[in-house]
Write a protein that binds this ligand. Structure first.
Ligand SMILES: O=C(NCCc1nnc(-c2ccc3[nH]cnc3c2)[nH]1)c1cc(-c2ccc(F)cc2)cc(O)c1O
Ligand SMILES: [Mg+2]
Length: 221
């Protein structure tokens, strides 16, 4: 039986990056996915936008939905303040195992908590099980039809405080039309679109940056 794409990405990281150097891990994955084999990492072009949002916001608690091979997990965690924590949720156990190895290789295991499971099951448990009050930043990069239900679930569970940022990948490609409609029209969010391209391609894509304004903007329940 041959190797999987995540296994090949891990091998490229171990071959072409330095243990304990998150930047070299990110560069090794980008090089591999640009020149050898496409993979669904946020990538270098959209990655710069993610970096800017993180550096500006200086979040202490971060939730990432959709770990895959931990490319964005490592990229974000590397820019966080010392006391900050990142919780990342992955559905697929195989890619989660690879992600865990890449997180350890990068030397970021202290900052990152990787959970394997479904967002709908885990979001209601985060306060209880991880002592989380609220998230300063949520990076949505999981199944595109889960962005909207999980945003509503985060609201319902009181995991967002006014000023919290939702940063959503792939709002054009593959696309998240119901999510975009919600954050752009709800009084609970101030939303803006960062135009970019699908990772490692010329296809149109972008990130939606939405600031939670609080539940006061109840509007029509
Ligand atoms: O599907 C994507 N990402 C999702 C991975 C994931 N990793 N973990 C989950 C999870 C985690 C907890 C969950 N709880 C419930 N569903 C869950 C799903 N989902 C994705 C796909 C593309 C893409 C574009 C163009 C194409 F032609 C083909 C593909 C590009 C991207 O940047 C993506 O992020
Ligand atoms: Mg993505």
């Amino acid at each position: 039986t041959g190797s999987t794409r995540p296994q090949r990405i891990l091998r490229a990281v171990q071959k072409n990056s330095t243990r304990g150097s998150p930047c070299s891990v990110v560069n090794a994955i980008d090089d591999y996915c640009k020149h050898k084999e496409w993979a669904m990492n946020v990538g270098d072009e959209k990655g710069i936008i993610v970096d800017d949002v993180v550096l500006e916001l200086k979040p202490i608690t971060v939730l990432e939905l959709g770990t895959y091979c931990a490319y964005s997990t490592v990229r974000i965690a590397n820019l966080l303040p010392p006391e900050a924590k990142l919780i990342t949720l992955e559905f697929n156990a195989e890619s989660a195992a690879i992600a865990r190895e890449i997180i350890t290789w990068a030397g970021l295991e202290e900052k990152i908590q990787l959970i394997i499971g479904a967002s709908g099951d885990w979001i209601p448990r985060l306060k209880e099980e991880f002592g989380i009050e609220t998230f300063d930043l949520v990076f949505l990069d999981h199944w595109k039809d889960r962005y909207l239900p999980d945003t509503k679930l985060l609201e319902k569970c009181g995991l967002l405080k006014p000023g919290a940022v939702l940063l959503a990948d792939n709002v054009i490609c593959p696309g998240t039309p119901d999510y975009l409609d919600y954050v752009r029209n709800s009084p609970r969010y101030k939303s803006k679109f960062y135009r970019s391209h699908l990772e490692y391609t010329q296809e149109e894509d972008g990130l939606e940056h939405s600031v939670f304004l609080g539940m006061a903007g109840r509007g029509a329940e």
